[in-house]
Design a protein around this ligand. Structure first.
Ligand SMILES: [Zn+2]
Length: 140
């Protein structure tokens, strides 16, 4: 293995999600598309982009509550922990927006830390629910 090149997300004021196991930066909360997802451990978030992950090579078809999807597991580049999965293909047209996007398991993979001093900025404003609020995926 070569040297690991870990990206450090610059502080923007947004909350930065980190790997719960090794503190590696993964994503900003501003890149969350939806917080309504579920996986077998509980809550999961759909992210537009994340950093410092390896996408597994094994593609799997998984039946979820919103239909059949082809996904790949994703792993922390620093510690190898499984963090969630990437959607490669959504067979249902209405689910296509997930293709190329990432699910991170909120309970087992993510630790949140503010990017700077604006620590509690998202506790006070309640984000309006995303249009399709019953869009919950169940990880098999
Ligand atoms: Zn890690």
């Amino acid at each position: 293995m070569g040297r690991l090149l870990l990206l450090s997300l610059p502080a923007t004021g947004a909350v930065i999600y980190r790997c719960k196991h090794c503190d590696t930066h993964l994503a900003y909360d501003t890149d969350i598309i939806a917080r309504t997802f579920r996986c077998k451990n509980g809550k999961a978030y759909l992210f537009n982009r994340i950093v410092n992950v390896n996408v597994g090579t094994k593609e799997e078809d998984r039946m979820m509550t919103t239909g059949l999807h082809t996904v790949c597991d994703i792993f922390c580049v620093a510690c190898g922990a499984i963090l969630g999965w990437k959607y490669l293909v959504a067979f249902d047209k209405s689910q296509r927006y997930k293709e190329g996007k990432f699910i991170l398991d909120r309970s087992t993979a993510l630790a949140a830390a503010p990017g700077d001093a604006t620590a509690d900025h998202h506790h006070h404003h309640h984000h309006a629910p995303v249009a399709s609020s019953d869009d919950e995926d169940d990880h098999m």
